[in-house]
Design a protein. Structure first.
Length: 201
């Protein structure tokens, strides 16, 4: 998945990305403060949803779980739901927060067998929620024991929300941009004004 095998070009039918003239002024301003990703523009075409969508994204990417573990979970959701757009964006973000090439390769395989036990557990949670909807009792017990109730709930919410994103991306046929746009960025830096990003980590 990613820019090498960009397989959404020319797919029809699809929902077209809204032009600036189709958007409310406040939503044009919101897009101006974000990376020029097609996902944001597509969501802006549903005007009542765009602000809550961005707020939910900011919330699930700023939980007690650290950025590396969150990106492992999102990448596995992208793999489980076959969302090449979601994978391409979060592959960049994952690298920026310390997900290794070996881990990325493992996450992108059917079994997701890594030397990191925690990575395997997160992948299992993402797989079960994505494919079965209901997390198994065994997996739920394991993440409660490992993380406690709060972080376990946040992990499930993260995985669930990115299932929504992948389904939106795939069903609207959002196309991948012509070139990578998130290299060197972290999840916490997205959505900040350029003047604010200097202090972001």
């Amino acid at each position: 998945m990613g820019w090498v095998d960009k397989d959404l070009t020319g797919v029809t039918p699809r929902i077209p990305l809204p032009a600036d003239d189709d958007l409310e002024p406040e939503h044009r301003e919101m897009l101006a403060n974000l990376p020029p990703l097609n996902v944001f523009r597509m969501v802006a075409g549903a005007p009542r949803a765009v602000r809550p969508f961005l707020e939910l994204g900011a919330a699930v990417l700023s939980t007690a779980l650290d950025a590396r573990r969150r990106e492992i979970a999102v990448l596995r959701v992208a793999h489980a739901t076959n969302s090449s757009y979601e994978w391409a964006q979060h592959e960049q973000l994952g690298r920026s927060v310390g997900v290794t090439e070996a881990e990325i390769d493992s996450i992108g395989t059917e079994e997701c067998v890594s030397n990191d036990e925690e990575c395997n557990l997160i992948c299992r949670v993402a797989d079960e929620v994505s494919r079965d909807v209901r997390l198994s009792d065994e997996a739920l017990e394991r993440i409660i024991d490992r993380y406690g109730p709060r972080e376990a709930a946040e992990l499930i919410l993260l995985v669930s929300s990115y299932n929504m994103v992948s389904r939106f991306l795939e069903s609207t046929r959002v196309e991948l941009e012509d070139e990578p746009l998130l290299g060197g960025q972290t999840p916490s830096s997205i959505g900040r004004r350029p003047s604010d990003q200097r202090g972001a980590r």
